[in-house]
Design a protein around this ligand. Sequence first.
Ligand SMILES: *Cc1c(COP(=O)(O)O)cnc(C)c1O
Length: 393
Amino acid sequence: MIRKTRLFTPGPTPLLPAAQFAMAAADIHHRTPEFRALFTRVLSQLKDFVGTKNDVIILSSSGTGAMEAAVSNLTSPGDRVLVLTAGKFGERWSALTKAFGCHVDVIEKPYGQTFDLAEVKAALKLETRAVFVQATESSTAVRHDVQAIAKLLRDEKSEALLVVDAITGLGTTHLDMDAWGVDVLIGGSQKAVMMPPGLSYIAISQRAWDRMESTYNPRYYFDLRKERKNAAKGESAYTPPVSLIAALGASLDYIAGQAEGNLAEGRKKLVDNAETCAAMTRAAVEAMGLKLFAPKGYEAAAATAILPPEGTDSGILVKGLKTKFAAIVTDGQGEMKGHLFRIAHIGFFDYLDTIAIIGALEQVIASAKLPLPNFEFGKGLIAAQKVFADRVK
Ligand SMILES: *Cc1c(COP(=O)(O)O)cnc(C)c1O
């Protein structure tokens, strides 16, 4: 049969056609009124998408560049910081803060878990200058409770800035940066905004801008204050990825279009969409006899992490979906390789995509003869159908 290649990965995610067309048409110079109008409009849309009144800065880099910018701009060598990690991306915060000479306290939970607030409270020192966490840990498909962590910092009257990698959290989970008191929120282009990799964005609170006046870790290309000055004039400090900025504008228009032009409402619809795809997938795989990796109530809507039957390498399912259906799902990362696989719901996924990947998974399970005693064709699909019918009227 024909096999159409389809991504079911939590970044890169499937591309929005309108974003691709916008890229193709974006041959404008970046020091012109045309570009300044585009950049200014996209920066303002981005604030509505993130859901903040704070300035949002666009950087030419994948998401990790914005993570690095947060560390290099907000810390000085020797600063005491607290990293909360329970997966591959949490480990990146540890590595980055160490690379910039911070004195790093780490709360490390096993992959697949989240943090105990009492432990966070105990680890928080008077001198802690910043706390780093993920909104959703993409490697395990677990959601961390950013709101509770933010509240804890405020209740403790902590001076620590809260820096959140929301690269797969934005557009898949409710985040209220300003009301919760989050200082930095980071996003990336190849995730919820349905466009190619290469652009990151970072929303920054006034407290965090103030902090930058006194920090002195080295920075040059990723100098956020310099970018802010330029952004106020509709420009970036260096040559920006013009085509990606045009794509972002088109994607944000599309998201706004889901709610009659209201981007904040469109964002809610996008979150709801991911939640529905995720709920369908969870119900389906459980009906097939597979187990979920995330603890109940903390499943990320960005992706679902699924455990294969005991003794089965998850790579069999990843490979089976690829060879039989050209459907790309991801295996576990790092120490989880072979132990789980992940199906994404972040960005441009719909009902048909979700039903299709569930049907394909049933085919692969059946032909691989996985040891699932109660498995039967259609059980997963029926469960997903019921979830959809309940949620979407
Ligand atoms: C994708 C992702 C990143 C960024 O990775 P890049 O490859 O640099 O774009 C960071 N954190 C999380 C949670 C992610 O999912």
